[in-house]
Design a protein. Sequence first.
Length: 146
Amino acid sequence: MILLRRVIGDALRARRQGQQRTLREVSTAANVSLGYLSEIERGHKEPSSELLAAICDALGARLSELLREVSDTVALAEQMPEVLVSMQDEPADAGAVSKSTSRSVRQVTSDGKVSVSVRQDSPLKATLRSARVRPTERDRDVVCAA
């Protein structure tokens, strides 16, 4: 199961780090405490719509862009029911999925536009990372864990 708060936090962190800004800079600009912003980015707290809009404004991003990224990531995760299945037990598929046994990472390419890697961190935790295959200036990596 993908937690929405984690996907939102990962998308916010990716945007902030992409701009090479610190938590302190963004928290000051968004008028939110540094600790609370950190908890949001780590997926421990779920921000209100007002707070999310303030953080997006501080990052110079549109709320709709962030929500679109989150929606795309969740949609990809929903299409991959095997995300939480132990990867050691699954055979490598010669098709769209390649498996790295040393790190339990699989690459899944969806329609040639999005690349998704899934890392099995533990039997109950998987990290999903999605990126555009041909990134444009506005595209960002989105990382989420489940």
